[in-house]
Design a protein around this ligand. Structure first.
Ligand SMILES: Nc1ncnc2c1ncn2[C@@H]1O[C@H](COP(=O)(O)OP(=O)(O)O)[C@@H](O)[C@H]1O
Ligand SMILES: [Mg+2]
Length: 364
C-alpha cells in the first residue's frame, strides 16, 4: 500500500517511507467515505467521539450511519453535496456539527478527486475534533476580556470624573483641592499603565515568548537593592532583613526578571503581610533557594493552589493589587527552569520560596 493511497477499503495501515501509520493512534477522529458516501473506515477516536462503533458504521451510507447536522438542524451530507458545485472544490473548512443527541464536534472534510484537478470525487476524508476544549478556552478568554475591561474601567472612570469636574468648575476649587484631584488622576493613570505592563507580561508568559538573557547575578545584592528602594520610598528600614546562609554558587540569571520577582514578593509581604519582611538566600543541591517571609496571617492551606492564578486576589481586592503579581512571578521563575511554592513561615506568616538552577551562559 502506497502512502498516498490511504485507507481504500478494509486496509487502515499505510507504509509512508519509514513511518508506519496506524490511524487508530491518531488523536483526532478519522472517517473515510467512498465517492458516494459509503463509510469505508472509522478510526478509534472517531468511534469515541461519535459514539458509533465501526461495526455499525462500516458499509452504510453516512446519511444513515452518521447523520451529522449543523447548529440549525440541517443535514450536513446534503449541504456538502460532493458532486455538485465547482469541480475543483477540494475541501470544506472545519465547522461545528453534531449527531442527534450528541455533543458538538469540529468536522473538517477533504474531497479527494481523480484526477486531482477537476476529476470526480472518489473519496471523502473527514476529521473530527472534540469541540468542548475549544468552547472552554473561548469561555475562559471571554472571562479574561471582561475582567481586564473591568479592571481598566475603574481607574479610567475616576480619571474621567476628576478631569471633567476640574474642567467644569475650575474656578470653584482651591489650589489644595485641585492638587488632591490631580494626584488621584496621576495615581490612577499609573495604575492603568501598570496593569497594561502586567498584562503584556502575562501574554508573553502564556505564549511562551518570554526570553531569558542570562548574566551573572548576585541575588543578595539584588535583594538589598530592592529593600533600599522601598526604604527610599518611605518604608521603615527595620521592616526588612536580608540574610545569606552558606556559600552561594555563581548564578546565571536574567537580572531584570530577578528584580521583578523579588520586588513583587517584597511588595506582597508589605501589603498583604505584617511585621518584618525577611529574605533568606541559601544554596541548595542544584542551585539557589530564596525565601521571602513576613509575619502576617499567611496564606491558608486551601488557598495555596489559587494564589498563583491570574487575577486571583484574597482580601487584597481592597488593597489595590491587580492579582497578576504572583502569576507573573511564577512564570518568571519557571522561565528560569525554577520552581516556586508557598507555605507557612517558621514564625507564622507567609513564606514564598523559589529555587533557581545556577544556569549557564550557554543555555536559556
Ligand atoms: N505575603 C502574603 N501574605 C498573605 N497573602 C498573600 C501574600 N502574598 C499574596 N497573598 C495573597 O495572594 C493574592 C494574590 O497576590 P498577587 O498575585 O501578588 O496579587 P495582588 O498583590 O495584586 O493582590 C493577594 O491578593 C493576597 O490575597
Ligand atoms: Mg502582588
Amino acid at each position: 500500500m502506497r502512502c498516498d493511497d490511504t485507507p481504500g477499503g478494509t486496509q487502515e495501515r499505510a507504509d509512508c517511507g519509514s513511518a508506519y501509520i496506524d490511524v487508530d493512534e491518531l488523536p483526532e477522529g478519522l472517517i473515510v467515505l467512498d465517492g458516494d458516501g459509503v463509510v469505508l473506515s472509522v478510526n478509534r477516536a472517531a468511534e469515541r467521539l461519535t459514539g458509533v462503533t465501526r461495526r455499525v458504521a462500516l458499509g452504510r451510507h453516512i446519511g444513515d450511519g452518521l447523520p451529522f447536522r449543523d447548529a440549525d438542524g440541517r443535514d450536513w451530507w446534503k449541504s456538502l453535496d460532493p458532486h455538485g458545485g465547482l469541480a475543483i472544490r477540494s475541501r470544506q473548512p472545519e465547522r461545528p456539527l453534531h449527531l442527534p443527541g450528541r455533543p458538538e464536534l469540529l468536522v473538517a472534510t477533504r474531497l479527494v478527486r481523480r484526477p486531482e484537478r477537476g476529476g470526480p470525487v472518489v473519496r471523502i476524508v473527514i476529521t473530527l475534533r472534540d469541540a468542548s476544549a475549544r468552547a472552554r478556552l473561548e469561555r475562559s478568554r471571554a472571562d479574561l476580556v471582561s475582567t481586564v475591561a473591568h479592571e481598566l474601567r475603574s481607574p479610567l472612570t475616576s480619571v474621567k470624573g476628576f478631569t471633567a469636574t476640574l474642567l467644569a468648575k475650575w474656578e470653584r476649587f482651591s489650589d489644595a483641592q485641585k492638587l488632591v484631584m490631580l494626584e488621584t488622576v496621576n495615581a490612577d493613570a499609573d495604575r492603568v499603565t501598570r496593569l497594561i505592563t502586567e498584562l503584556l507580561d502575562v501574554s508573553r508568559i502564556e505564549s511562551g515568548r518570554l526570553q531569558i538573557h542570562r548574566q551573572v547575578v548576585d541575588i543578595p545584592a539584588r535583594a538589598r537593592r530592592i529593600v533600599a528602594g522601598r526604604v527610599a520610598a518611605g518604608e521603615r528600614e527595620d521592616r526588612f532583613h536580608v540574610e545569606v546562609r552558606g556559600e552561594l554558587p555563581e548564578t546565571w540569571l536574567d537580572q531584570d526578571k530577578i528584580d521583578q520577582i523579588l520586588a513583587n514578593l517584597v511588595e506582597n509581604g508589605l501589603r498583604h503581610g505584617r511585621g518584618t519582611v525577611t529574605i533568606v538566600v541559601e544554596p541548595v543541591e542544584w542551585g539557589v533557594a530564596v525565601s521571602v517571609r513576613d509575619q502576617g496571617e499567611g496564606v491558608a492551606p486551601e488557598l495555596v493552589g489559587r494564589v498563583f492564578r491570574q487575577f486571583w486576589r484574597g482580601n487584597g481586592r481592597r488593597r489595590g493589587g491587580t492579582g497578576l503579581g504572583l502569576f507573573i512571578v511564577k512564570g518568571l521563575v519557571e522561565a528560569h527552569g525554577g520552581t516556586i511554592s508557598v507555605q507557612r513561615a517558621p514564625g507564622g506568616g507567609a513564606e514564598f520560596r523559589f529555587i533557581l538552577p545556577t544556569g549557564a551562559p550557554d543555555f536559556g
